[in-house]
Write a protein of this length. Structure first.
Length: 194
């Protein structure tokens, strides 16, 4: 049975696992099984928070009394929410939208225990893309990197070369605002390894 001060990460994201491990946090993994589906007219921040909360709640009912961390990342550009691309054409469309423009990356996180959210927050970073050529977009999509990422790029991979500037936490763009998450975990009795 999980301990009260044990952390479970409700995510399949290798980037979230890496960021949490590098921060010195010990955790177990569990998939939430929550379907990521945006409601009509739902704002990006509301969507990210709802998904993070739903993931944390779903897993926390199975691993009580452990604390569960759920997270969700949403990319918004000019009022359009760019989720994970469904295919190569969709990835190319998203990257063409981001080319030469500023967009917002919102990562929401939620902590839950016994099926109830005990804390939730959302962090925004502004990301600026340099202009991209059609050939650059096609070559990047051909690498396969865009397919499991909101907005069809990874800042920590080859997609990082498209970015001219980031305002706000860079790890937030990767999928977890580590400083904010660590502070929230500490408030609930989970500290990093010394």
């Amino acid at each position: 049975m999980p301990a009260k001060n044990q952390l479970v990460l409700a995510s399949g994201s290798p980037r979230r696992r890496q960021l949490l491990a590098e921060a010195g946090i010990t955790f177990e993994l569990a998939q939430s099984g929550v379907e990521e589906k945006r409601w009509p007219q739902e704002h990006a921040c509301d969507y990210a928070l709802r998904m993070a909360r739903a993931k944390a709640e779903a897993v926390s009912t199975r691993v009580a009394p452990a604390i569960v961390l759920g997270a969700d990342t949403v990319v918004e550009c000019a009022g359009e929410i760019l989720e994970k691309p469904v295919d190569a054409a969709d990835a190319q469309r998203m990257l063409a939208i981001l080319s030469g423009r500023r967009h917002i990356v919102i990562t929401a996180f939620a902590l839950a225990r016994d099926g109830k959210v005990i804390e939730a927050d959302a962090v925004e970073s502004a990301v600026f893309f340099r202009p991209l050529s059609d050939a650059e977009i096609r070559e990047y999509v051909a690498t396969g990197e865009p397919f499991d990422k909101a907005g069809a790029y990874g800042i920590q991979g080859a997609g990082g070369a498209f970015i001219s500037r980031v305002e706000g936490p860079r790890d937030n763009v990767m999928g977890l605002p580590v400083r904010n998450v660590l502070a929230a975990l500490a408030r609930h009795g989970i500290a990093k390894l010394s």
